[in-house]
Design a protein around this ligand. Sequence first.
Ligand SMILES: [Zn+2]
Length: 469
Amino acid sequence: MPPDLVRPMPTFLRPALFPVLLTLTLAVGSLTACGDDEGASPEEAASAAPSSAASERALAPPPVTDGEVRVFAAPLLWDGTGAAPISDALLVTRGGRIESVGRRGDVAVPAGAEEITLGGAFVMPGFVNAHGHAAGVRGAESGAEHYTQENLLRQLALYARYGITTVASMGGDGPEAVALRDGQGRSDLSRARIYLAGPILTPRSPDEVPEQFQRLEGMEVDWVKFRVDDSLGRATAMDRETYRALIQEARGRGLPTAVHMVDLEHARGLVEEGAAILAHSVRDELVDEAFVTEVAERGVCLTPTLTRELSVFVYRERPDFFDDPFFLAEADPAVMEVLMDPDRQAAVRGSEAARWFEAQLPVAMENLRRIHEGGGQVALGTDSGPVGRFQGYFEHLEMEMMVQSGLSPEAVLRSATGEAARCLGLEGTVGTLVPGAWGDLVVLEADPRDDIRNTRALRSVWISSNRVR
Ligand SMILES: [Zn+2]
């Protein structure tokens, strides 16, 4: 890497940037099943909030029923489409979906409907994470035995309490996730929506492509995910003939492709061959104008996953965000303890990969800025789910890092809502507050356009018009 790319420690690592926005109780997510909750689906029981939130939830209306109308009053509503916010807005949902939205007086309110005052300062669509993972991870342990529907629901409930109301699980997904996706079109939903890629495909030659697609049989995956990099020299990179065959096979089946890549050379080839989503930033070198133009013109989406880079090196010492109450409200102390183990910290300090990813983080951030300014589509993505990449919290940290990269807070909010939905082919379903979309919204105590860290000032979260926080 040229020496001019070595920059000072990014400012997001400085403790001053983690002000106390909210006084939250230090409740730790022990999810008790609601055995006395007669009639609740297993989904609802598993996704119930921790007991500390019980009093708050008691104020929430009961789960919405099919056809039930709810009318929400918002002081300022930003719909995620790029339109200017609406002050003194009303949003009407029926059976969990938005029926109408607009300025009070312009919106027809069904007779007899009671208004729900959302309060706060800023109402916006729930956040969409275009690259996360609902994974076989529990606490600090990973393994197939943890890939259960109950555990996936726990993770989707966690995302939801952080306002992340939709998650694209980009690989490693099994039938348990498929069942959750297929069952989420319901008015009483109270956890994040999941969409999925299924298993990550790993053909070693074009000949192996057809058999790899058999692994997706019966899953109706939303995208195909594969990786082309060589894991910093520890594996063999996928050659261009193979990923061309894979992308073409996917296209023939009407499926977009999302790709784990590291280098510009791969990214360029993938874009030329028709990949839809670059699932990480280009990290080896700065992107050039020709590449940026190609990305923009072909409508390729980038999920920057800057917090993924951070997670590779940050645990060499106690990270500053371990003091953020917004983090601590849900963090598992056992996981924090594992990450602060002195031997583990020493291993991270001695890791060449950690050093490389740290050195390349400024490159990733600058490439994000260049692609955004060149007209490329950017979708919030964190790669959260594995141990040390905290679901829910990392999405807020990612948005802060995107602003640090040079994007305006409003551009970041678009990337985390309407733009992400568009990249995922979910436009009009999630990510925007428009008629026909699900009533998934977050209410913030302060305007995040003034300071992106205001996304952490969560007053409430609603999914299918059900309060989940
Ligand atoms: Zn990933």
